[in-house]
Write a protein that binds this ligand. Structure first.
Ligand SMILES: *Cc1c(COP(=O)(O)O)cnc(C)c1O
Length: 451
């Protein structure tokens, strides 16, 4: 069975058909620059999405999102009682999610010699920007329910850093891995106790909610990504949710080379070229018209996996821990029991892999080695290879940052959870291009690969 040779990919954004209209408009009006009507419109669309989602309701305007009319401001009466503080939130569109993390750190005044607490179980874009500032990431491990930052370990880390360095960490970066909400209330409580700002890395969590509130709107800053593999795409792009208009202004200042208000170029601070292009924002506006559908589809696919894998011994689907959690299931993930035997297990890791994970735009940085000091179990690698043979892309869970050679000198507060998950977990195809038949085919392939 070869599934008609169609390769089923992990997650790839899917166009709505409306994108070209926005792009055409940008060309027609000569707005082919990193600012303009699409950028402003996209920011308004996002704001609107976070409002309506925080209320747990769909877009209020019936003409929206199908309409591609110029944006209308979100009416005040869309705000749900109890979420009034969200009203102040503002969004800045940027060229990447990584840039959004970086600018949040810049705005919080993170400098050389500072420490920033960061969830260890994440993609490198959460922690790399800490090093751009010359600061040191302090990694905190995960808890088993959500796979995100362990609140208890967070407090231990804060106390210990204060004891060891005499200084508080400058910020806390919590991540919504694979879209799963974290134990954000407990994390916010601890952050408030020590008066440390929280940056939510919601790059994988667009549309996920905790107790009905959209992730990314809880902390001081919220990070979004619109890379090609995320919930929606602008080809490449990101955004930062800011606490208020004043901070939005400050972020825009840093995102456009920190130009002071003079008739000539005057610089008193270091800036960056991080604003989103008006063309990319046009893609984003088109994507916003299908965001709700995409989120629904990701959840639908998760449901199919959860049901279909329930009876498969040795395979566990990572589901919402309980009803407070409402993951977007950006990527669906499973774990395999250590003693589950998979076909070809004895040959796993026999060969060094040539390219980087995720393609990395064809960049080859091969070490020529098949092993590292910490790697997924052989049954995971064997399952990955079996699925690959069936034209199904899968990928091990992200390798925790505290186990990455580049971060070997950074402090880490660990409990073994993320290391264990890395050894036993696999991401499965998800997203708008994965059909019901595909899920059935994937589940069959998983069953067939068990020896
Ligand atoms: C994708 C991602 C980012 C960064 O996004 P880019 O837009 O690719 O720069 C940040 N954090 C996490 C956890 C991500 O998965």
């Amino acid at each position: 069975m070869d599934n008609n040779n169609k390769r089923i990919l992990l997650c790839l954004a899917h166009m709505s058909g409306n994108e070209m209209k926005y792009i055409q408009e940008a060309f027609d009006t000569n707005w082919v620059v990193p600012l303009g009507p699409n950028v402003n419109g996209f920011e308004e669309d996002l704001k609107r999405f976070f409002i309506s989602k925080s209320e747990g309701q769909k877009f209020a305007n019936e003409k929206y999102p199908q309409s591609i009319q110029p944006h209308v401001d979100a009416p005040d009466n869309l705000w749900k009682e109890g979420y009034e503080e969200l009203k102040e939130k503002q969004i800045v569109a940027l060229c990447a999610g990584t840039a959004a993390v970086h600018l949040a750190l810049v705005a919080l005044g993170v400098k050389a010699g500072d420490e920033v607490i960061c969830q260890s179980f994440t993609f490198c874009a959460s922690s790399h920007p800490v090093t751009y500032q010359g600061a040191t990431p302090v990694f905190v491990d995960s808890e088993k329910d959500t796979w995100n930052m362990d609140p208890q370990l967070l407090e231990e880390a804060i106390k210990d850093r204060i004891k060891k360095t005499g200084k508080k960490p400058k910020a806390i970066i919590v991540v919504y891995l694979y879209g799963m909400p974290a134990k954000i209330n407990e994390i916010l409580e601890i952050a408030a106790k020590y008066d440390i700002p929280v940056i939510e890395d919601a790059a994988e969590g667009l549309g996920s909610r905790y107790n009905g509130q959209a992730v990314g709107t809880f902390g001081e800053f919220g990070v979004m990504s619109f890379n090609g593999n995320k919930m929606i795409t602008t080809s490449g792009g990101g955004a930062l949710i800011c606490p208020n208009a004043e901070m939005k202004n400050r972020i825009m200042f840093f995102a456009t080379q920190a130009r002071e208000a003079f008739p000539y170029y005057q610089h008193e601070e270091i800036g960056y070229n991080y604003r989103m292009s008006n063309i990319c924002a046009g893609i984003g506006r088109g994507q916003m018209t299908v965001l709700d559908e995409h989120i629904e589809h990701h959840k639908h696919v998760a449901d199919l996996y959860a049901k279909g894998l329930k009876e498969v011994k040795g395979v566990t689907f990572h589901d919402n821990p309980d009803s407070e959690y409402d993951s977007n299931f950006w990527l669906n993930t499973i774990t395999l029991d250590k003693d589950l035997k998979v076909k070809g297990q004895e040959k796993a890791y026999a060969q060094a892999v040539q390219g980087a994970v995720g393609g990395a735009a064809g960049v080859v940085h091969s070490t020529g080695q098949a092993h590292t000091a910490c790697e997924p179990n052989t049954n995971i690698e064997a399952m990955r290879m079996e699925l690959d043979k069936a034209n199904i892309e899968s990928r091990p869970l992200w390798k925790p940052m505290h186990l990455q050679p580049v971060y070997k000198n950074c402090p880490a507060y660990t409990n073994g959870v993320s290391e264990e998950l890395f050894k036993v977990g696999l991401c499965l195809p998800s997203g708008p291009l994965v059909s019901d038949e595909d899920v059935k085919y994937i589940i069959d392939a998983i069953k067939r690969s068990i020896a």
